[in-house]
Design a protein around this ligand. Structure first.
Ligand SMILES: Nc1nc2c(ncn2[C@@H]2O[C@H](COP(=O)(O)OP(=O)(O)OP(=O)(O)O)[C@@H](O)[C@H]2O)c(=O)[nH]1
Ligand SMILES: [Mg+2]
Length: 223
Protein backbone atom coordinates (compact mmCIF):
# COMPACT_ATOMS: atom_id res chain seq x y z
CA UNK A 1 0.00 0.00 0.00
CA UNK A 2 1.44 3.37 -0.99
CA UNK A 3 0.44 6.87 0.00
CA UNK A 4 -3.17 7.85 0.66
CA UNK A 5 -5.06 8.77 -2.49
CA UNK A 6 -7.11 11.95 -2.04
CA UNK A 7 -10.38 12.15 -3.91
CA UNK A 8 -12.92 14.97 -3.93
CA UNK A 9 -16.59 14.45 -4.83
CA UNK A 10 -18.26 17.47 -6.49
CA UNK A 11 -21.50 18.30 -8.23
CA UNK A 12 -24.74 20.20 -8.03
CA UNK A 13 -26.72 20.13 -4.76
CA UNK A 14 -28.91 17.08 -4.30
CA UNK A 15 -27.55 14.89 -7.11
CA UNK A 16 -26.64 12.11 -4.66
CA UNK A 17 -22.96 12.73 -3.80
CA UNK A 18 -23.40 11.76 -0.14
CA UNK A 19 -25.67 8.83 -1.06
CA UNK A 20 -22.93 7.50 -3.36
CA UNK A 21 -20.27 7.72 -0.63
CA UNK A 22 -22.48 6.37 2.17
CA UNK A 23 -23.53 3.46 -0.02
CA UNK A 24 -20.00 2.71 -1.17
CA UNK A 25 -18.51 2.79 2.32
CA UNK A 26 -21.32 1.81 4.69
CA UNK A 27 -23.81 0.19 2.29
CA UNK A 28 -26.72 1.58 4.32
CA UNK A 29 -28.67 3.79 1.88
CA UNK A 30 -32.20 2.91 0.75
CA UNK A 31 -34.73 5.05 -1.15
CA UNK A 32 -36.26 6.08 2.19
CA UNK A 33 -32.96 7.22 3.73
CA UNK A 34 -33.01 10.96 4.40
CA UNK A 35 -29.65 12.60 3.91
CA UNK A 36 -29.01 16.21 4.89
CA UNK A 37 -27.26 18.77 2.70
CA UNK A 38 -23.51 18.45 3.19
CA UNK A 39 -21.20 21.16 4.46
CA UNK A 40 -18.07 19.04 4.32
CA UNK A 41 -17.33 15.42 5.31
CA UNK A 42 -14.39 13.06 5.02
CA UNK A 43 -14.62 9.30 4.48
CA UNK A 44 -11.76 6.82 4.47
CA UNK A 45 -11.84 3.60 2.44
CA UNK A 46 -9.53 0.78 1.43
CA UNK A 47 -10.01 0.14 -2.25
CA UNK A 48 -8.65 -2.88 -4.10
CA UNK A 49 -7.04 -1.99 -7.43
CA UNK A 50 -7.20 -3.99 -10.67
CA UNK A 51 -3.66 -5.17 -9.81
CA UNK A 52 -4.94 -6.67 -6.53
CA UNK A 53 -3.16 -4.16 -4.25
CA UNK A 54 -5.11 -2.30 -1.57
CA UNK A 55 -4.96 1.48 -1.54
CA UNK A 56 -6.10 3.85 1.18
CA UNK A 57 -8.43 6.50 -0.16
CA UNK A 58 -9.51 9.67 1.60
CA UNK A 59 -12.77 10.89 0.11
CA UNK A 60 -13.89 14.50 0.56
CA UNK A 61 -17.65 15.03 0.31
CA UNK A 62 -18.40 18.66 -0.57
CA UNK A 63 -21.34 21.04 -0.35
CA UNK A 64 -23.51 20.96 -3.47
CA UNK A 65 -23.01 23.65 -6.09
CA UNK A 66 -25.99 25.88 -6.93
CA UNK A 67 -27.36 25.40 -10.47
CA UNK A 68 -25.95 27.87 -13.02
CA UNK A 69 -29.07 27.74 -15.17
CA UNK A 70 -32.68 26.59 -14.99
CA UNK A 71 -35.57 27.69 -12.80
CA UNK A 72 -33.65 27.27 -9.52
CA UNK A 73 -30.60 29.25 -10.58
CA UNK A 74 -30.00 31.90 -7.97
CA UNK A 75 -27.36 34.29 -6.78
CA UNK A 76 -25.29 32.30 -4.32
CA UNK A 77 -25.34 33.40 -0.69
CA UNK A 78 -22.22 34.44 1.22
CA UNK A 79 -22.18 31.01 2.88
CA UNK A 80 -22.40 29.22 -0.47
CA UNK A 81 -19.60 31.37 -1.87
CA UNK A 82 -17.48 30.48 1.17
CA UNK A 83 -18.18 26.76 0.66
CA UNK A 84 -17.32 27.01 -3.03
CA UNK A 85 -14.07 28.70 -2.11
CA UNK A 86 -13.28 25.79 0.24
CA UNK A 87 -14.08 23.28 -2.50
CA UNK A 88 -11.73 25.13 -4.90
CA UNK A 89 -8.92 24.95 -2.35
CA UNK A 90 -9.51 21.20 -2.09
CA UNK A 91 -9.12 20.81 -5.86
CA UNK A 92 -5.50 21.88 -5.49
CA UNK A 93 -4.55 19.16 -2.97
CA UNK A 94 -6.43 16.17 -4.39
CA UNK A 95 -5.54 13.99 -7.36
CA UNK A 96 -8.80 12.08 -7.86
CA UNK A 97 -12.08 13.73 -8.84
CA UNK A 98 -15.58 12.29 -8.83
CA UNK A 99 -18.00 14.59 -10.65
CA UNK A 100 -21.63 13.61 -10.06
CA UNK A 101 -24.70 14.70 -12.03
CA UNK A 102 -28.27 13.53 -12.53
CA UNK A 103 -29.04 13.01 -16.24
CA UNK A 104 -32.69 13.93 -15.66
CA UNK A 105 -31.46 17.41 -14.57
CA UNK A 106 -29.40 18.85 -17.46
CA UNK A 107 -28.39 21.85 -15.32
CA UNK A 108 -26.53 19.45 -13.01
CA UNK A 109 -24.37 18.43 -15.98
CA UNK A 110 -23.72 22.09 -16.93
CA UNK A 111 -22.37 22.64 -13.41
CA UNK A 112 -19.59 20.12 -14.07
CA UNK A 113 -18.13 22.15 -16.95
CA UNK A 114 -17.13 24.89 -14.47
CA UNK A 115 -15.79 22.33 -11.99
CA UNK A 116 -13.60 20.79 -14.71
CA UNK A 117 -12.19 24.22 -15.60
CA UNK A 118 -11.33 24.78 -11.92
CA UNK A 119 -9.66 21.36 -11.72
CA UNK A 120 -7.52 22.15 -14.77
CA UNK A 121 -6.56 25.54 -13.32
CA UNK A 122 -5.50 24.00 -9.99
CA UNK A 123 -3.89 20.74 -11.07
CA UNK A 124 -0.38 22.13 -11.62
CA UNK A 125 1.86 19.29 -12.90
CA UNK A 126 0.44 16.46 -10.83
CA UNK A 127 -1.03 13.29 -12.30
CA UNK A 128 -4.83 13.39 -11.90
CA UNK A 129 -7.80 11.15 -12.76
CA UNK A 130 -11.42 12.19 -13.17
CA UNK A 131 -14.57 10.08 -13.24
CA UNK A 132 -18.02 11.37 -14.15
CA UNK A 133 -20.95 9.62 -12.46
CA UNK A 134 -24.43 9.80 -13.95
CA UNK A 135 -26.68 9.07 -10.96
CA UNK A 136 -30.27 8.89 -12.17
CA UNK A 137 -32.38 9.84 -9.16
CA UNK A 138 -35.88 9.70 -10.55
CA UNK A 139 -37.65 6.68 -11.94
CA UNK A 140 -38.87 8.00 -15.25
CA UNK A 141 -42.55 7.94 -15.97
CA UNK A 142 -43.34 9.19 -19.47
CA UNK A 143 -46.79 10.37 -18.54
CA UNK A 144 -45.55 12.69 -15.85
CA UNK A 145 -43.93 15.46 -17.93
CA UNK A 146 -45.89 18.68 -18.17
CA UNK A 147 -47.16 19.91 -21.57
CA UNK A 148 -44.54 21.76 -23.61
CA UNK A 149 -41.54 20.08 -21.95
CA UNK A 150 -39.75 17.13 -23.55
CA UNK A 151 -40.37 13.71 -21.94
CA UNK A 152 -37.95 13.13 -19.06
CA UNK A 153 -36.38 10.04 -20.64
CA UNK A 154 -35.49 12.04 -23.81
CA UNK A 155 -33.89 14.74 -21.69
CA UNK A 156 -31.94 12.12 -19.77
CA UNK A 157 -30.61 10.32 -22.84
CA UNK A 158 -29.66 13.63 -24.53
CA UNK A 159 -27.76 14.65 -21.38
CA UNK A 160 -26.10 11.23 -21.13
CA UNK A 161 -24.94 11.51 -24.76
CA UNK A 162 -23.58 14.99 -24.17
CA UNK A 163 -21.75 13.83 -21.05
CA UNK A 164 -20.35 10.79 -22.88
CA UNK A 165 -18.78 12.79 -25.69
CA UNK A 166 -17.49 15.46 -23.29
CA UNK A 167 -15.86 12.75 -21.14
CA UNK A 168 -14.21 11.20 -24.19
CA UNK A 169 -12.89 14.55 -25.45
CA UNK A 170 -11.45 15.42 -22.05
CA UNK A 171 -10.00 11.95 -21.30
CA UNK A 172 -12.32 11.24 -18.39
CA UNK A 173 -14.23 8.03 -17.61
CA UNK A 174 -18.03 8.22 -17.62
CA UNK A 175 -20.07 5.71 -15.58
CA UNK A 176 -23.82 5.29 -15.19
CA UNK A 177 -24.46 4.40 -11.55
CA UNK A 178 -27.31 4.04 -9.13
CA UNK A 179 -26.61 5.21 -5.60
CA UNK A 180 -29.14 2.64 -4.40
CA UNK A 181 -27.08 -0.25 -5.85
CA UNK A 182 -23.68 -0.58 -4.23
CA UNK A 183 -22.35 -2.91 -6.95
CA UNK A 184 -22.76 -0.15 -9.55
CA UNK A 185 -20.44 2.13 -7.53
CA UNK A 186 -17.39 -0.13 -7.28
CA UNK A 187 -16.00 0.19 -10.82
CA UNK A 188 -15.41 3.97 -10.79
CA UNK A 189 -13.57 3.86 -7.45
CA UNK A 190 -11.49 0.82 -8.43
CA UNK A 191 -10.58 2.68 -11.63
CA UNK A 192 -9.44 5.75 -9.61
CA UNK A 193 -7.41 3.63 -7.17
CA UNK A 194 -5.74 1.79 -10.06
CA UNK A 195 -4.98 4.94 -12.03
CA UNK A 196 -3.63 6.87 -9.05
CA UNK A 197 -1.50 4.22 -7.33
CA UNK A 198 2.03 3.59 -8.56
CA UNK A 199 2.56 0.37 -10.54
CA UNK A 200 4.73 -2.30 -8.84
CA UNK A 201 8.49 -1.80 -8.97
CA UNK A 202 9.74 -3.40 -12.19
CA UNK A 203 13.48 -3.03 -11.61
CA UNK A 204 14.92 -6.42 -10.55
CA UNK A 205 13.17 -9.36 -12.30
CA UNK A 206 13.64 -8.45 -15.98
CA UNK A 207 17.36 -7.86 -15.43
CA UNK A 208 17.81 -11.20 -13.66
CA UNK A 209 16.10 -13.14 -16.40
CA UNK A 210 18.20 -11.36 -19.04
CA UNK A 211 21.40 -12.49 -17.32
CA UNK A 212 20.23 -16.11 -17.16
CA UNK A 213 19.22 -16.13 -20.80
CA UNK A 214 22.59 -14.85 -21.99
CA UNK A 215 24.49 -17.58 -20.08
CA UNK A 216 22.42 -20.56 -21.25
CA UNK A 217 22.31 -19.38 -24.87
CA UNK A 218 26.10 -19.25 -25.30
CA UNK A 219 27.03 -22.19 -27.55
CA UNK A 220 30.61 -22.62 -26.18
CA UNK A 221 29.41 -23.14 -22.55
CA UNK A 222 26.85 -25.79 -23.63
CA UNK A 223 29.39 -28.23 -25.11
N1 LIG B 1 -34.29 7.29 -5.35
C1 LIG B 1 -33.07 7.77 -5.22
N2 LIG B 1 -32.82 8.68 -4.28
C2 LIG B 1 -31.56 9.14 -4.16
C3 LIG B 1 -30.49 8.68 -5.01
N3 LIG B 1 -29.35 9.33 -4.65
C4 LIG B 1 -29.69 10.14 -3.63
N4 LIG B 1 -31.01 10.03 -3.32
C5 LIG B 1 -31.75 10.76 -2.27
O1 LIG B 1 -31.75 12.13 -2.64
C6 LIG B 1 -31.50 12.98 -1.53
C7 LIG B 1 -30.28 13.85 -1.78
O2 LIG B 1 -29.15 13.03 -1.89
P1 LIG B 1 -27.73 13.45 -1.29
O3 LIG B 1 -26.85 12.28 -1.41
O4 LIG B 1 -27.86 14.07 0.04
O5 LIG B 1 -27.31 14.57 -2.36
P2 LIG B 1 -26.02 15.45 -2.32
O6 LIG B 1 -25.54 15.59 -3.71
O7 LIG B 1 -25.06 14.93 -1.32
O8 LIG B 1 -26.61 16.85 -1.80
P3 LIG B 1 -25.79 18.09 -1.14
O9 LIG B 1 -24.99 17.55 -0.01
O10 LIG B 1 -26.85 19.05 -0.70
O11 LIG B 1 -24.97 18.66 -2.23
C8 LIG B 1 -31.31 12.03 -0.32
O12 LIG B 1 -32.50 12.01 0.44
C9 LIG B 1 -31.01 10.69 -0.94
O13 LIG B 1 -31.49 9.60 -0.13
C10 LIG B 1 -30.81 7.71 -6.02
O14 LIG B 1 -29.95 7.27 -6.79
N5 LIG B 1 -32.11 7.29 -6.08
MG1 LIG C 1 -24.22 15.72 0.34
Amino acid sequence: MGKTIRVVVCGMAGVGKTAVLEQLINGNVTPTTELHPTIEDIYVANVETERGTREKMRLYDTAGLPPLSGPNAAESSAQQQHQQQLAKQLLGVTEGYVLVYDPTKPESFDCLLTVKRDIDKNKDKKEIAIVILANRMRVINNNSSSPGTPPANLTASATLNKANSWAMREHMKHFEVNAMERASLLEPFVYLATKLSPPPNKSSFPQLSMVRKSITSRPDTAS
